[in-house]
Each structure stands twice: as C-alpha cells, then as structure tokens.
Design a protein around this ligand. Sequence first.
Ligand code: SAM
Length: 283
Amino acid sequence: MLSYRHAYHAGNHADVLKHLTLVLTLDYFNQKPAPYWYIDTHAGPGSYRLDQGPAARTGEFETGIGKIAGIKPRPKSVQRFLESVGCLGKTGLPTSYPGSPDIAQRLLRDTDRLRLFELHPTDFDALDKHFAHVGRRAQVKKTDGFAALKALLPPPTRRAVVLIDPPYEVKQDYDTLIATLEDGLKRFPTGCFLVWYPIIGRPESRRLPKKLLKLGASTQSWLHATLEVAPPAADGLGMTGSGMFVLNPPWTLAEQLAEALPWLCQHMGAGAPARYQLDSHST
Ligand code: SAM
C-alpha cells in the first residue's frame, strides 16, 4: 500500500522537529573534514510547493514552519534551521519547502555522498528529477529503503548519517524499523541513526519509544526528543506530535535541542500549550 504522500504534510510541526534535528546533526558532521554518507531510507519527493497543490490545500505547514518563521528573537539552533530550509526571507514564508534529501544536498560537501530511497512512483520521479543534475555524488533508487540499508552498511567512509523516516501507514513499519536498526547497529555500531516517529493513539506507536530505548541501551549513546503540539484527541485519532530518536547522536545535539524545544513549545501550541521531552544518555 502506497497511499501516503508527504506533500500533504510538508513543513508541519513534525517536519520542524525532524529537520531541525537533521540540520544540527549534518552541521556537526561537517565540522570534521573526513567525508561521510547521508542515507535517506524514505526520502519523499525532495521538495514541496507551499503555495499550491497538496500542501496549500491542507495548510499543515501553518502548524509548523508557518508558526515560527516570523518570530524573533529565536535561539541560535532555530535560526540555523530556518536558514537551512530557506525560511528567513523578509516576505514571510517561501513558496517552497525542502524535504530531507534537499536539506542534505544543501549542507553536504562535494566529498560527501547521498544515497536516497523512495518507493512511490510519482515521488520517486520527482526525486530523481530533482537530483538529476547532481551526478554520481547522489544515487536515487526506487526500492525498499529498509532492505537497501543492509547493503550500504558500513559505508566505505566509516562515517554516516542515516535518516529513517517511514510513513507508518502499515503496522509492519514499526517492527521492520526495529529489525532494521538492530541489523544496522550490528553492521555499523558507530553509525548515527536518526529515526522519526508519530505520536498517535495507535498501540504500535505508543509501544515504539520503549523499544527504541531498549535498543539505545545497547549503544554508546542515544538521544530522544518529542514535541507534542496538541493534547491527545478524545477519539485517540490524529497525530498530536512526534518524536526523534537518535542512536550515536552528536554530543552537541542535546544542548542545542534543550535550547530550541522550550522556544518551539512557546510558539507552536495548538489549543493548549505544546510540550516537549528530551532525554539522552552517553557512556
Ligand atoms: N523524509 C522525507 C522528508 O523529510 O522530506 C519525508 C518522507 S515521508 C514521511 C515517507 C516516504 O517514504 C513517502 O514518500 C513514501 O512514499 C516512502 N516509502 C514508503 N515505504 C517505503 C519503503 N519501504 N522504502 C522507501 N520509501 C518508502
């Protein structure tokens, strides 16, 4: 089943948490000259129009990027995120918003490599077109990103940021995610794995953080951040927030998110104050 299209959700509160974490992580990786790989197992189309099409119809970006783009003063980490996604213009929101592959493409150096996977035929075509000019530095494949990761780890550079951002539209995604991470850690114990997940009423979603924390305990370090912009709905349906779980995070990330999350909560609540949680551990 491939009915999920991220274009309907582009720039929403979940993208803010995910892309903020991604930008800060890539910035950290860029501090060392040694090249690295960016692997995006569920890449989406690459970028999104906000002024027309699905994103304009749902207006979900108003729950995320639309709420914070114009607010000052802002923490340094939020400033850096807004700058990286092109949302610092004087005229308010731009007409487009980058997806995770485009953010990576903006931040990676010439020596770094991108490996991108997308299964939806329309989104794959858009992604492939988006990266057509990049050459061999970026590879785009229409294949299952969970399965493809196995063959890529460990990367030749022994440095990599792996973003795993499934739609969770099928229940199996939750179990496949855990199996993929277990396998990924065996192949590449020092890899930096960034996992996004939704906070929704579904039992699999409620159980996921515990499973991720158990996995985290087997690594040297992990970080867990959540951002909930609305209280749980009475019917238990709908996404009220999301979480990022990072295995082997940059050591600077906890401090940067500790600065950003309270500020985001201050400005992103919907009907009630937003809430965040931030935990991390390193040995
Ligand atoms: N990472 C993107 C971003 O931040 O801009 C958004 C990705 S969206 C949440 C998830 C994407 O995964 C969808 O475009 C969907 O078509 C794709 N997808 C679903 N199952 C997949 C699979 N097994 N392998 C690769 N892509 C998949």
